[in-house]
Design a protein around this ligand. Sequence first.
Ligand SMILES: [Zn+2]
Length: 189
Amino acid sequence: MPITLRNTALKGKEAWRINLATMHRQCPICNKKKGNCHFPTQLHLNPPCLECKHAWKPSGKKYNGTALKVIHGKMPIRLLGIRYNMWLDSTAQRRYVMDEITEMACFLRKHRDLSIENSLRLIECTLAPLLAFSGPVIIWPEKEFKRLTAAFVRCNKEAWQMSPNTSTALFTFPKDRGGLQIKMPRAMI
Ligand SMILES: [Zn+2]
């Protein structure tokens, strides 16, 4: 193996190890950062944080003779298509919406052979229902909502085949001031 290739392979291995280490520093249930005292053991490679470990969980529940699976209350579950946990924390759903919008922006960037009309139609068909369905039910903190709006505008720029540096005012300004006036997330929700 040539030296440069071996170096990149080593670098990849190192990055992978660092990635794994940060992953193990996160609690697998609530995704919060764990303290340094949670060592991995042979039984548990990635033990949950103390709070999750000692939280009360029902046990021994059976239905028709089969033991029911119990999950921790902090773990997000999908109910009617919306990801929530028992503490009414909707981080998982917000992450899901943001991921979908980012994925759409990447898709539009990659498929420049789509016509602008088709791209806009695609956004209208996928992103609007995604926001309209879960948006009113979950809580969007101001900071994350700004990020959502930015991602949404970015997606529209990709659909219009514009560079990401194009002025956002083009989309947000009212029509009589020369804006395109697209439907923003706030209007959809
Ligand atoms: Zn935890």
